[in-house]
Every structure is written in C-alpha cells, then in structure tokens.
Design a protein around this ligand. Structure first.
Ligand code: ZN
Length: 506
C-alpha cells in the first residue's frame, strides 16, 4: 500500500474511533443512564461531535486524497490503484467533501434551528396545531436548500439531499421506481380489502415481559447473532448501534398485550446487526469508511428481509411455532401455525406509517416522497401541506386523517431537517425482494432448508453477496452486481402478490 494511503487510513481510523465512542455514550444514554445525567452527557457528546468533525475536515486528508489522485470529479483516484483502494478513496472523498463544504455558520444555524423546530413539532403534534409548526418547517426547507447548494452546486436541491441517504439516487431515478410501485400497491390493496379480514385477536392476549425476553433471546440465537459481539437491551424505541467492529448492539421493547411487537422488532434489529457484523473488507481497511453500510436503504433491506420475508413466512414458522408456543405460555393455546401466520400478515389501511403492514407501508412512503419533492421544488406551499397530505391519503389509502396529528405531523423527520430520508424505507423493501429472488435462484433448495429449521444458508448468502463489501459499492452498483439488474419494483410486487394471495385467498 502506498504510504499516502496508509496515512489516510490512520487518520480515518481515529475519526471512526471517536464515532464509536460517541455510540457507546449514546447507547448508554438510551438504556441505563440515570435521568439526571443528561446535562453533562449532552456536553460530552457535543465535545466528541466537535472532535469527530475536526478529524474529518483535517486539511491533511484533503492533501492525501489529492496526492492519491482523488478529486470530487474523479473520487476513485489513481487508476493504477487496486479496486478496493479505489473504492476506499471514493468513500473517503465523499465523506470529506460533505464535511468540508458546509460553512461553519450554516452548520451552527442548522443545529439551532433544528432543535427549535423539533421542540415546536413535538408541541404542535401534541396540540394538533400545524400552524405553530409551519414557520419552522419553512425554515428547515430554506436551510436545507442552502445546504444542498453548498453540497452540490448547480444540482437540483432535492437530488442532493436524496443522495445523502441513498448515494447515487435522484428524484428522477426514485420516481421511476415508485411509479409502478404506486400503481401496483394500490391495486393489490384493493384486492385484499375486498376479501374477508383475517382474525388476529389472539395476538392481543397477555404475554409477560419475561416470556417475551426469552423469545427474543431464542430468536437472536436462531438467526446466528453472535452474542460474543453484541447484546440485547430494552428501550422505548428499538434500535441497532455499532459501538465497535466487534460490538453491535440491539434493543427491543416488550408490550404485554402485543407480544409480536418484540418478536418482530428483535428480528428486524437482528437483521441490522447481522449486516454490520458481516461487513468484512480486507484487514487494511477494517475500521475505516469502507467498513460502513452501502446505504440506509441497503441496511433496511437486511432488517426487513429477516423480519418480513423470512420472519413472517409459513416456511419459517412451520419448524419454529411449537417452540414459540411453549415460550408464549397460554396465549397461543389452540392457535394453529396457519392461523398465526395469517394473523401476523394482516393488511389494513391505517393512518400511521410506523404501524403499517407490508403492503400499505410503501404507500405511506410514496405519499411523503411526492409531497417532499413538491415542497422542495416550491410547487407546494407549507401552509397547503395538510390539505395536500389528506387528499393523497384519501387517494392512495382510501382513508383521510381526522386531524394533522394523525396526518402530516406524525413523523419527526421533517422537523429534524431529514428531507430526502423517507424513500430509503420503501427502497429497503424493494432491495430485499430483489435479493430474495436472486437468493432463491442461486439456491433453489433454500425454502426447503428454512422449512427444515435451517436458516444458516440465508445468512451465508447475504454475508457473501451483501454484507462483506460494506461501502465498497454504491447501492445501485450493488444491486446490479448481485442480481444482474437495476432495482426493479416488480420483485417486491411479485413477492407480495404470492404471499397475500395465500393469506387472503384470491
Ligand atoms: Zn430498520
């Protein structure tokens, strides 16, 4: 390896170390920290954030990148370098450009406006008062447009923001994928709602938290989550966090009258953790920008593949339902595996995205994507957002929110300035379905293996194809490399149609 590259990796590793230390403190804050510790913890985290930023904007990094031939236009650098080295330079150049392009005063203004906006949003949601939040949303849009102008001068602002979460994507590329998805999801939903609803009442029976904790431990173990490199704790909102290359932790929550909440959030977060733990570049690039996920959506494809494709399938529950019944106690008495699988796949249009099933979830995301694009382009005024939201909900889901709390005020994202984030959620499902189709083509025996109680072949395929390269490929490159095709919503629709025609009998 060239000495400039070695030096670059050394500088990068220091920044990654700081980020992992931040994660340790962040994890502690969400899990075990006593409440009065919050004030100093905020200072600790702010200090580390500053150190992390300084390490990344270090001008020596800029000089090293240039010496290695990496520029904004040609981020991969000198063509004589090895493919992994070139992939690394691209990832590093991207991080460096993003960190150095924003003027300090804009960063400060964004931070201040974001905390005010989030507080205003929380109160507005509580009081169902969109007008109190509207000026903050206007401010967040304006600041994000300025941010986009610095990050991608001359480019369409919304494209620049989308690229932050899904590298390589644009409004046009996402709209092309969502166009057929929108039409097909709405048609599928109509077929489902025309059928008698499935019975899921037994899922509301009480299952004590201790029983649910045993279920979660069993499931993590079943999915081969290495407990020597991670752990499970409880928090109000489940999440996965990377504290180190060999320390990826997850959390879940136990709702006594909805035990499937912990079952599926544990599987979901385990999917995220398996991805993080499976990223394995060459030793020279361990603990660098190459040891990160390809994108948010690819991350989400991993959690959802385990949660939905595997975790809500009859093939998975056939060999495992007896054990679940034992752990659940009397709650599942008299329930058959078929009835259980139907219940966990119930589809019902609802107002809240985070409670949506697999079919309607994508519709919620498309609604947000379309409105976000209009807001960013200035075709939709903030004051008209509630009416536009409600009209789209009626059009796409067939139901209209009775108030803004259950409508355009429900999500935190826009108040945080995370504009361009929503599409990742739906893209994750699409990637998962396309990967799953390829996995079954590569390993035709895989469903029989799952039915025989062996999910290890699923993980080994994911490890080899998706996890290992980490950030070496942009999501668009990864999907083409692995499946031989561009991202195509058809696979997701085929998967849903096959599944729900069985659940609902059409
Ligand atoms: Zn997730």
């Amino acid at each position: 390896m060239r000495t400039e590259l070695e030096r670059l990796v050394a500088l990068d590793r220091e920044q990654v170390l700081v980020a992992h230390i931040q994660a340790v403190l962040g994890w502690d804050q969400e899990t075990y920290m006593p409440p009065k510790a919050i004030e100093e913890r905020a200072e600790q985290l702010a200090l580390l954030e500053g150190i992390s930023h300084e390490k990344l904007v270090n001008s020596e990094i800029g000089r090293l990148l240039e010496a290695l031939g990496s520029t904004t236009e040609r981020p991969q650098g000198d063509p004589s370098l090895a493919p992994e080295e070139r992939a690394y330079l691209r990832a590093m150049r991207r991080a460096y450009d993003q960190a150095t392009r924003l003027p300090a005063e804009l960063v400060t203004e964004l931070a201040r406006a974001t905390s005010l906006s989030q507080a205003a949003w929380a109160e507005a949601r509580e009081k169902n008062d969109f007008s109190a939040f509207a000026p903050h949303l206007e401010k967040m849009l304006e600041l994000n447009k300025r941010k986009a102008a610095y990050l991608g001068p001359g480019k369409k602002p919304y494209d620049v923001l989308l690229d932050l979460y899904e590298p390589g994507s644009t409004e046009e590329s996402i709209a092309a994928v969502f166009a057929s998805l929108r039409r097909d999801l709405v048609a599928l939903l109509a077929k489902i709602t025309a059928r008698p609803q499935v019975d899921d009442s037994f899922l509301l029976r009480k299952v004590e938290a201790e029983r649910q904790a045993k279920m979660s431990e069993w499931l993590m173990h079943l999915l081969a989550y290495d407990e020597g490199r991670g752990r499970l704790d409880t928090t109000a909102h489940p999440f996965t966090t990377t504290l180190g290359t060999d320390d990826v932790r997850i959390t879940t929550r136990y709702l006594e009258h909805l035990f499937t909440s912990s079952v599926f959030s544990t599987i979901h977060e385990t999917g995220h953790a398996l991805y993080e733990l499976g990223i394995a570049p060459s030793p020279e690039f361990r603990r660098t920008k190459l040891s990160e996920a390809s994108s948010m959506a690819i991350h989400e494809s991993q959690s959802r593949l385990w949660e939905n494709t595997i975790g809500r399938s009859l093939s998975f529950w056939k060999p495992n339902f007896a054990k679940l019944k034992t752990l659940a106690g009397p709650a599942l008495d008299g329930v058959s595996v078929d009835a259980f699988v139907r219940a966990i796949n119930k589809v019902e249009p609802s107002l809240i995205r985070t409670e949506a099933d697999e079919v309607t979830y994508g519709i919620h995301v498309i609604l947000r994507f379309e409105l976000e694009a209009e807001l960013m382009a200035g075709r939709l005024a903030v004051k008209d957002l509630p009416a536009a939201w409600n009209a789209k909900a009626k059009e796409l889901l067939g139901i209209e929110p009775p108030n803004d709390t259950k409508g355009c005020l429900q999500d935190i994202h826009w108040s945080m300035g995370a504009i361009g984030y929503f599409p990742s959620y739906a893209l994750g499902n699409l990637y998962a379905a396309q990967f799953w189709a390829k996995m079954r083509k590569d390993k035709p025996e895989i469903e029989a293996q799952i039915e025989a109680g062996d999910v290890a072949p699923v993980l080994s395929w994911l490890r080899e194809n998706i996890h290992k390269p980490g950030a070496a490929y942009l999501p668009g490159e990864l999907v083409e490399r692995v499946t031989g095709e561009k991202l195509d919503a058809r696979y997701f629709i085929e998967y849903l149609t096959d599944k729900y025609s069985k659940v609902y009998g059409f």
